[in-house]
Ligand binder design. Structure first.
Ligand code: GLY
Ligand code: MN
Ligand code: MN
Length: 476
């Protein structure tokens, strides 16, 4: 296979040191103690036919423990025998003609400290033998249908039963490791945030009245790709900022509107940035826009200032909700006892989502493993109240966590109408005053923050955020 080796391959697949992957797997073995850990990698997925594929994205757990950013692989850690094996096939000459050369799977596996490589076709018999011997096979929840079918066939578990057959012990052990970012991971995330920052500065600098949102969406996506990686999630860039996950880019920008941009880059190693900025299409905010903007900004800045180990993120979320409620009361949009209003969830009319989430290899880090394992604990349980129920992270913060802080205030006409009709929280919400805000849109501000031993550190170089900074850039 020597003739297929691409000398420049190192530049095409960046990895941490061999030791990093070895020590991650060692810790996993220590935590699980026995059994066989099975990690299916991701495969190419056809968009409209098999050969026309979506952009390939490796599974994040596979990346974390095995680092090889290629489709068509699976890996096992047999704790009982000590074997670690990557299953996969080297390229045929035909593959090389179409896709170019790459190192053998053996060489790639050696880079992450795995000595044993077997052809993929050996996987069924290997797992069958393990099952026959009574070994427990641990796997994480699959989220792609091809891997669901693979697991069904390999382990003889009907697909509807797969979810219940996943390993809680493996999930907990992965979450325990991936929640604490190492220095080299933080450096990578800082890079992701800096590329993300360049995307936001470009959007804020270049947005012009008369442009279609798609022009700017294309521009920011281009910066993510030029940064060596890709988007970390589909771009949200819209004058309809009140639609939380809005992926429509067909509106023409008009003076008097605001543009909400929530987008980010992932690095070549797939660590994500997730930043939101909101700015006026005109060079300056109107008074009405600035009033709401300052409330959101104040909530974001004070939430960040309060971050430290030992505080629960639920407290931070509720404090941000309370601060925004105070601001809304000063504008006459909320009223009454605000402690009661927040306790009962009245603020969720304006702030219907959570304050943030863990971020890392995934933008919502480890969401495939189950949000309650990642963001909650034995002592912090998920609320069922509208709004707070969407909080993805509520547990006590620890050094090494990287999370987003992303408060927002939105005026969602359908929600306002429904709550008004149902006479919801009339004690706390001034519905008549809301009439003037029906077409306001929404404002969100989001940054990515590392929890340190003593407090916190906002990742990346500062991205314009105060009214003065934003207007300065818009005026250029
Ligand atoms: N970009 C999605 C989010 O902020 O959670
Ligand atoms: Mn975001
Ligand atoms: Mn986010």
């Amino acid at each position: 296979m020597k003739q297929f080796i691409d000398e420049n391959f190192q530049h095409k697949m960046t990895m941490f040191s061999t030791h990093t992957y070895q020590s991650r797997r060692e810790r996993l073995k220590k935590d699980l103690k026995s059994g066989l850990l099975f990690f299916p990698g991701n495969n190419e997925v056809g968009m409209n036919y098999a050969g026309n594929t979506y952009h390939f994205r490796q599974d994040s757990n596979f990346l974390y423990f095995f680092g090889i950013d290629k489709p068509g692989l699976a890996a096992v850690i047999d704790i009982d025998s000590g074997r670690e094996i990557v299953f996969g096939d080297d390229l045929s000459l035909e593959d090389v003609v179409w896709m170019g050369a790459m190192p053998s799977i053996k060489e790639l596996a050696a880079r992450v400290g795995v000595r044993e490589v077997l052809p993929f076709r050996r996987l069924p018999s290997f797992l069958k033998k393990a099952r026959r011997s009574g070994q427990v096979i641990h796997f994480a929840p699959p989220y792609r249908h091809d891997n669901m079918l693979l697991l069904k066939d390999l382990l003889n578990i009907p697909t509807p039963k797969l979810k219940g057959a996943t390993s809680e012990a493996l999930i907990r052990a992965i979450v325990a490791q991936r929640s604490h970012k190492s220095q080299e991971e933080v450096a990578e995330m800082e890079h992701a945030v800096n590329v993300t920052g360049a995307m936001h500065v470009a959007a804020m600098r270049d947005a012009r009245e008369g442009q279609v949102e798609a022009e700017l969406a294309g521009k920011v996506e281009g910066i993510a790709v030029a940064g060596g990686g890709n988007l970390s999630y589909p771009v949200i860039l819209s004058v309809d900022g009140q639609i939380l996950h809005n992926h429509y880019h067909g509106n023409t920008l008009q003076k008097g509107q605001m543009l909400l941009g929530d987008f980010g880059a992932e690095t070549a190693m797939h660590y994500a940035g997730d930043i939101t900025r909101t700015f006026p299409v005109a060079s300056k905010f109107t008074t009405k826009q600035r009033e709401i903007y300052e409330i959101v900004l104040d909530a974001e800045v004070s939430a960040i200032a309060s971050l430290r180990p030992g505080i629960t993120y639920r407290e931070v979320h509720l404090a941000a909700a309370r601060r925004m409620a105070e601001g809304l009361k000063s504008l006459g949009l909320m009223q009454g006892n605000l402690d009661e209003a927040v306790a009962q969830g009245a603020h969720a009319l304006f702030f219907p989502h959570g304050l943030g989430h863990m971020i890392g290899l995934d933008v919502h880090d480890m969401e495939d493993l189950g949000e309650n394992y990642v963001g909650y604990s034995d002592t912090v349980k998920r609320s069922e109240q509208f709004g707070t129920a969407y909080l993805r992270l509520a547990r006590t913060l620890e050094p090494g966590f990287v999370l987003t802080v992303e408060p927002g205030i939105y005026f969602i006409p359908q929600l306002i109408d429904q709550w008004r009709r149902k006479k919801m929280f009339t004690e706390f919400v001034n519905y008549p005053a809301l009439k003037k805000y029906r077409d306001f849109g929404g404002i969100r501000i989001e940054d990515n923050v590392l929890i340190t031993e003593k407090g916190h550190r906002v990742l990346g170089e500062a991205i314009p955020k105060t009214v003065k900074e934003v207007e300065e850039l818009r005026g250029k």
